[in-house]
Design a protein around this ligand. Structure first.
Ligand code: SAM
Length: 227
């Protein structure tokens, strides 16, 4: 069975969809979704040979080689037009890498209506990408598992994505509206980290004042949200 993290990603894959799971490693997510009859098929993409072979092996072992194709490719280049992919999942990476993958071959998302993204860090950058590339956030989850905190962002194609404030982009509009225990834990930790960085840069006296001011503003915003 899936980790709580991947189960949360799976919760947002539409019934009957064709999925590309980019950075699939063992292909646990698409195999699980096929077993449960949620997806009809798709692609499991990997850029590194070892994980690609893990995916191939798992798909064959579970008897899904006809429905699910493992591809050794960088990011969205795993997606071909004939795959008829309508949903893309990218999980277990940093927000910067997820954003880079989505940006560098954006045209491969032509038929894609939904993105389910699980950044380990850097969710703000992912929200910024979605807002500026025609995807409307539909749902967000934050959860704690094995001492780590994970965010899951769900977005659908839209001609007019909502414009979010810096605060909404940082904390997540849905998470901010209904903060749970994992949200509070994450942002208490971030506040502490920011305080420590501020102490260091102030002691160093070589950091530009704008950079210090930006950190102070960020800390003030976190403290305000936690109140
Ligand atoms: N998605 C799985 C999960 O959430 O459990 C595996 C996450 S694993 C930490 C990240 C995987 O992404 C690695 O197997 C890595 O090789 C792959 N990866 C990193 N950059 C990639 C890229 N540009 N294209 C495809 N896969 C990539």
């Amino acid at each position: 069975h899936l980790s709580q993290r991947l189960a949360t990603v799976a919760d947002y894959i539409p019934q009957g969809s064709r999925l590309a799971d980019i950075g699939t490693d063992h292909a646990y997510l698409p195999v699980n979704l096929l077993k449960r009859g949620i997806i009809t098929g798709g692609v499991a993409g990997e850029v590194v040979r070892g994980p690609f072979e893990n995916a191939q092996r798992e798909i064959a072992r579970e008897g899904f080689s006809d429905q699910l194709t493992a591809r050794l490719a960088n990011g969205l280049r795993a997606i071909e037009p004939t795959d008829q992919i309508d949903t893309v999942a990218i999980a277990g990476m940093g927000g910067a890498l997820i954003t880079q993958i989505l940006t560098q071959d954006f045209d491969r998302l032509a038929g894609v209506r939904r993105l389910v993204l699980q950044p380990n860090v850097g969710a703000m950058q992912v929200r910024q990408f979605l807002m500026t590339h025609g995807f409307q956030l539909q749902a967000e989850q934050i959860l704690s598992e094995d001492g780590h905190i994970y965010e899951v962002l769900v977005a659908d194609r839209s001609d007019h994505p909502q414009t979010y404030t810096e605060e909404q982009l940082r904390f997540g509009p849905y998470l901010l509206a209904a903060p749970n225990a994992a949200f509070v834990t994450k942002w208490r930790h971030e506040a502490q980290r920011t305080r420590e960085v501020l102490q260091q840069v102030q002691a160093a006296k070589t950091v530009p004042t704008e950079k210090v001011a930006a950190l102070q503003a960020e800390l003030a915003q976190i403290e305000e949200v936690l109140e």
